[in-house]
Design a protein around this ligand. Sequence first.
Ligand SMILES: Nc1ncnc2c1ncn2[C@@H]1O[C@H](COP(=O)(O)OP(=O)(O)OP(=O)(O)O)[C@@H](O)[C@H]1O
Length: 806
Amino acid sequence: MNTPQISLYKPETILTVGSHHAKIIKYLTSGGFAQVYSAEISPPDPYSNANIACLKRVIVPDKQGLNTLRAEVDAMKLLKNNKHVVSYIDSHAAKSVNGMAYEVFLLMEFCERGGLIDFMNTRLQNRLQEPEILEIMSQTVQGVSAMHALQPPLIHRDIKIENVLISHDGLYKVCDFGSVSGVIRPPRNPQEFNYVQHDILTNTTAQYRSPEMIDLYRGLPIDEKSDIWALGVFLYKICYYTTPFEKSGEAAILHARYQYPSFPQYSDRLKNLIRLMLMEAPSQRPNICQVLEEVSRLQNKPCPIRNFYLLRAMNQNAQLTSEPPSIKHIPAQQLLPAQSLQSIQQMPSMIPISHVKTTPNLDIPPISINNNDKIEAMIPVGTQLGVYAKSARPLTRTKSVPLSDDFASLYYRELHPFQKSQTFKSVESFQSPPKNSISSTSQSPVSNRIYDRPSALNRPNNYVDSETQTIDSTALPNLKQPPIIINKTVSSSKEPIVAENVTGGNIVRSLSSKLKRVITGESRSSSPIKSRQNTGDSIRSAFGMLRHGFTGSSISNSRSTSFDNNNGNNISNGVNRRLVSSLSTPSSSNFNSDTKRQENLDEKKQKLENRRSLPPSILSDFDQYERSNLNTGSREYYRSHSPVKKIEATPKIVSRPSLKSSISDLSINQEKKESIQRRVHNLLKNSEDPLAYKPASVYGKYTDIDPEASNRHSSVRITPITEEKISGHHIIDKTNLNGKLKSKPPRPPPKPPHLRTEMQNLRKFSRLQTGKLPMGRISSEATETIVDVNVDDLEADFRKRFPSKV
Ligand SMILES: Nc1ncnc2c1ncn2[C@@H]1O[C@H](COP(=O)(O)OP(=O)(O)OP(=O)(O)O)[C@@H](O)[C@H]1O
C-alpha cells in the first residue's frame, strides 16, 4: 500500500501539543497511520494531576479525516472528567512530515494497565467470574451512559472489547471516539441510503453491528439502542470469549439468533440481561440506565447513576400536563439541567463538576478568513455567543493548529455528523414548528397531543441529516506546520505543502471517515482473542479505497462503491415504484366520484412532489412534515422493500380494470370499481389516521410500550399503507376493513410509567404471566431453546420493573 511512511518518535523527543509539552517516553503500539506513545507532559493534567499521558499520533490522509479526528476530540472533550471515559488532555493538528497528509496529535489519559482485551487474554484458562464480569460491565456502561445522557445523545457506534482500557488504578474506561455520531435517522433517498450504509460499514465493527445497522431497509434510526446491542455483544464476549454471531454472521444478527455456550456457566439473570440487550427490535432493548440498574442489582449495589430518560420523561410530561397552579411539583429542570453533560456529572457517585463545559454546540458562529490573515467570526446581529464567545474575537492564525477551541472554531464547518447537527441548527430549529404549520390531518386535539409528545417531536431533531453530512470543503484553514519539535530528531517544518489532490483527497474522502481506525485495527490481530474480528469486507474495501486514493486509481472499481451504486439504483427504482403505486390509485379519477376525496388525493400528490423537489438542506423539516403526511413514512417504505423481511408485493392489484362491452363484464367491472373505490376509501381513511404513523413506537425509551404490542415485530404493529394492503389479499388489517376504528379518535397516548398505578402495571405483568405472549416476543430461537423457564420469569420480572423501557 502506498501509505505515507512515518518514522517513529524516539524516546526523549519533545513535542508541543496544544498548550502542553510532551516528552516521548515509550512507543506503545501502532497501526498503519496511528502511533501510540506514553509521554511525560508539562503541565500535568489538571484533572488527574498525572504527568504521564498517552500520545496518539494519527496520520489522516485528507481534510475529511481531520474532521473525523475533530469529532473524536470533541466527543472526548464533552465526556472529559467522566471516570469511565479515557480523559482528553490536549490536541494538535498539522500537515504531516512528508506533506502527504495531516497529522493529529491527541494527548489523553494514559491507561497504564492496557486494554481489557489484554486482561482477558491473561485469563484464557481461568475464565472471568460473574462478579468480575459485572464490574467490567458496570464501569463500561457508566462510560457509555455519559454519551447517551447528552442532549442530543452521542452514539459511540464502536463499543467492543478492544475499546475498553484499564487505568493505573484498575478502572475500566471507554476509548476510541472516532466513530461517534448523533442519532442517525432512517435514510430517505438513495443518496442518504448509500451515505449511511457506507458510514456504518466504515465506522462500526461487523460482529457488533445491530440488526438495524445491517438492514437499513427496516427504516429504523441508529440510536442509543444500537449501542445497547453492541454492549450485549460485549457482555456476551466477556462471558464466553467469543461473540454471539461469530460463526453465523449477519443472517443470525438480523434475527438475533445465537446460543449460549455451556461453559463457563453464568447465572440466568446475567444471561437474561444479554438476551434483552440483544433483542432484535431496538424498542425491546433496555436503555443504558436500565442496563446499569440491572447490572447494579445483580451486583447488589446501588445504581451509580440516575435514570435520565425517566427524568426527562417526567420533565416533558410535566410540561405537557397543564397542572392546576395549586399543585406544586419539582421542575425536572432542577433535577436535570438543560445541558445534560453537566447534569450527569452532578449525579451521585459520578465526577466532580469543576471542569465541566457545557456543550459547545449552538453558539459557534461561522468563520471567515480575511485578507489580513486573520480569522474572524461572522456574528449575526443578535447572536448570543454563550460559553464560546471567545470565538468572536479575531483569531490570529498560528503556524500550527491545535485541536483545541480555536481549532474547533475553524473546523466547525466541516463537522462530524453529531457536531453538525448541533452546530448549525438554530435554537429555534430544535423546537417543534408552530402548531399551525402541521398539517391538519389530525382529527382531534387528542391526536395533536400524541404527536406533541417528546418522543415524536424532539427525537427527529436529533437526527443527523445525512445529506448535510456531506463534505463542505470550505472554510479550512491552512495547516502548514507540524507541531514544534524541540528535539532535532524529527524536523518537518521544511516539508512542502502538498496540494489536496495529491493526497488523494477527493477519492479517499468518499471513505466517509475513520481511515485511521481501519489501519490501526490490523495491529491487534495477534491477540489470542480476536481483535476487531470479522471487521471484514468493509475494512478491506476501505483499504482498497484508500489504496485507490493514494494511487489515483478510479474509485468506481471499488467493490464498496459498486455495491452502493447498485443499492442506490434499487432504492431509486423502489422510490419511484412507491411513488407510482401510492399515487396511481388516487389519480384514477374515474374510480372516484367524490370530489373532496379527489382534492385530498391531489393535495397528497402535490405534497409528495414538493417533497421530491425540496433541497436536501431542509430534509430535517420533513420529519415534521412527514408526521403530518402519514403515508409517506420512509420507515414503512424501507420496511416494505427490505430484502430481509420481504413482504409479498402485489403491485398489479392497483391497476385499472379494463373496460368490457358485455353487461356481465360491466357488472364485474362495476364491482371491481366499487371494490377499488372501497379500498381507496380505506386507504385514505387509513392515511388520515395518525396511528398509521407512529414515530414514537420506534423509540422505546420514550414510549410507554404495551407489552403485547411491543413484543410483536414492529413491522406488524405499525401498519403502513402498502400495496399489499391495497390489494387486501395478503395482509388483512381488520381496522382498515371494518372501518369502525378508523372513525374513532386516535388512541390517547399511554400513560408514562411514573404516572401509572401499580394496578395497571400489575395487570400488564399478569397478562405476560398468563402466557399471552405475542409471537414476536422471542427473537432468538436459540435463546428460547437454551434458556430455561426461569429466564422467562426473570424477563417478566425485568419488564415489570422496567415497564416502559424508558
Ligand atoms: N489512553 C491510552 N492509554 C493506553 N493505551 C492506549 C490509550 N489509547 C490507546 N491505547 C492503545 O492504542 C491502541 C489503539 O488506540 P485506539 O483504539 O484509540 O486507536 P484507533 O486507531 O482508533 O484503533 P481502532 O479504531 O482500530 O480501535 C489501543 O488498543 C491501546 O492498546
